[in-house]
Design a protein around this ligand. Structure first.
Ligand code: 5GP
Ligand code: MN
Length: 317
């Protein structure tokens, strides 16, 4: 039996199902989780979806209002984690996963630790949402406009609007298929990728002013503090996109963005051609993809910057 057949058998058997994703969820995390939620409801199941906090730009997705912050259920029959590479990143809600009788992991991170009983992980997929599409097709669950929009959200956000490496022919085939069904791709694109919140705009302005070019212009570096976020009343997700700015300047190979949080310094890294930022983050306990990765580190912003630069320097050509 294939992995997907096993997965469907677990879903069929389960009376209670919970869907989870990583902390600080992005469009791929929320979109894939809601696609699965809506699909399982259509299939006749009554799952829970638990995401304590998520960016409100995704609140228009079908049944986003049913997302729970927590649950009273002590032990689910089945827990499904999407777009999450390691159990640590489920953070405070990892308990729902750990306590579940059966555990499924669906993901596209090359650093995935295979923490489920069933793991369906494809690092070649540009977005976890694209894997979800394959799964739903295998399960013969109809991809309605609502589900299609959730999946499209994941693909658009994780590919930076179809422009990152990793975009596959299937990505465009799927978008063509959606267009044929009358889904307004341009409207979704604008909603999930282009429109900025006011706090995001203000934080970006700040980060721009501070941006430094190091190592002969091959590294771009910037940061924002807790105070910056308080001043603009930033909400979950309002720092998104800042790390991309430095990467898009000529000759830059690596962009480093540090965000001060209550838990420590949250690092985002991006590269253009050859530096494997996932390796750098993995060294400090994080992970991600070759060209986009992250890690949570302890110490001051300045100390974290120096530790990262030391490792990046070794990889620069
Ligand atoms: P971002 O910089 O957009 O937060 O994350 C870039 C990529 O790295 C995403 O695929 C994200 O899932 C992954 N990532 C970010 N932070 C961490 C982390 O602390 N640990 C791991 N394993 N992956 C991370
Ligand atoms: Mn993703």
């Amino acid at each position: 039996m294939s992995t997907l057949d096993n997965m469907l058998e677990e879903i069929n058997k389960a009376n209670s199902i919970v869907i989870l994703t990583h902390e600080n969820p992005d469009g791929d995390a929320v979109g894939t989780a809601l696609a699965l939620y809506n699909a399982l409801k259509q299939y006749g199941k009554n799952p829970d979806i638990i995401i304590p906090e998520y960016p409100q730009i995704f609140a228009f997705l079908a049944n986003a209002q049913e997302i729970k912050k927590e649950s009273e259920v002590e032990k689910y029959d089945l827990a499904i984690s999407v777009d999450c590479s390691d159990i640590k990143r489920l953070n405070g809600f990892a308990k729902y996963f750990e306590d579940a009788k059966s555990k499924i992991v669906i993901d596209h991170h090359s650093t995935n630790t295979m923490f489920g009983d069933i793991n369906f992980v494809n690092p070649d997929a540009p977005a976890c949402a694209q894997i979800m599409l394959v799964i739903l097709e295998h399960f013969n669950i109809e991809v309605t406009q609502d589900i299609g929009t959730c999946i499209l959200t994941g693909i658009i956000t994780d590919t930076g609007g179809f422009k990152y490496q990793g975009v596959t022919p299937e990505t465009f085939e799927f978008v063509a298929w959606l267009l044929n069904r009358g889904i307004n791709v341009s409207k979704v694109y604008r909603k999930v990728l282009q429109i900025k919140t006011k706090p995001n705009f203000e934080l970006t302005r700040n980060a721009n002013n501070r941006l430094e070019f190091l190592e002969d212009g091959r590294v771009a570096y910037t940061y924002i503090t807790k105070k910056d976020e308080e001043e603009v009343h930033a909400q979950n997700g309002d720092h998104e996109g800042i790390v991309e700015i430095g990467r898009d300047v000529e000759n830059v190979e690596v962009s480093i963005f540090i965000r001060e949080t209550d838990e420590g310094c949250k690092v985002s890294m991006r590269s253009n051609e050859y530096v494997n930022v996932s390796d750098v983050c993995l060294m400090f306990g994080g992970g991600g993809h070759q060209r986009a990765a992250g890690v949570l580190m302890q110490g001051s912003i300045e100390q974290v910057k120096e530790k990262l630069l030391y490792q990046v320097r070794g990889q620069l050509k």
